[in-house]
Design a protein around this ligand. Structure first.
Ligand code: DQA
Length: 144
């Protein structure tokens, strides 16, 4: 009953990076929050971060191969550029929930298109770190 939580480029700097947009919560803090909530919901969390697009593709394939329950994916800037990620999500049967701290639809025009969103089962955005928790709860409730 494992949920993969995959994080893309620059999210290793969360807490330091543009705190006025992304807040001061670090990725480690979010991992802790997810583990706590996951324990309550009976879901195990496998939290990862990479700055490399192809690594996210490999991890999506792995999620399916390992029989993960679902993937929470914050692909960060690759959200808006990566046809490879769109194809990877389409290639696996494991459900993927798109997650963002900010609400990209209220930011620059170039953030309005989401390739991830074209294939994701659901999108949770604009709730800061809580976006991840809301997405995890959607898995636990059976919505996803
Ligand atoms: C983000 C939104 C993206 O547009 C941006 O490139 C990020 C973070 C978010 O979580 O709000 O790096 O995915």
């Amino acid at each position: 009953n494992t949920v993969y939580v995959l994080n893309g480029p620059n999210l290793n700097l969360l807490g330091l990076r543009e705190p006025e947009i992304y807040g001061t919560t670090t990725l480690d803090d979010i991992a802790g929050m997810l583990e706590d909530r996951g324990r309550e919901l009976g879901l195990e969390i496998d939290m990862r971060q990479t700055n490399h697009e192809g690594m996210l593709v490999d991890w999506l394939h792995e999620a399916q191969a390992e029989g993960a329950r679902a993937v929470l994916l914050n692909a960060a800037a690759y959200t808006h550029t990566s046809i490879a990620l769109l194809d990877a999500i389409k290639a696996i049967r494991t459900p993927v929930i798109e997650v963002h701290l900010s609400d990209p639809s209220k930011r620059e025009e170039f953030r309005h298109r989401s390739y991830v969103g074209m294939a994701a089962a659901k999108c949770v955005q604009g709730h800061g770190a809580q976006s991840y928790i809301i997405a995890l709860e959607a898995v636990a409730s059976g919505e996803i």
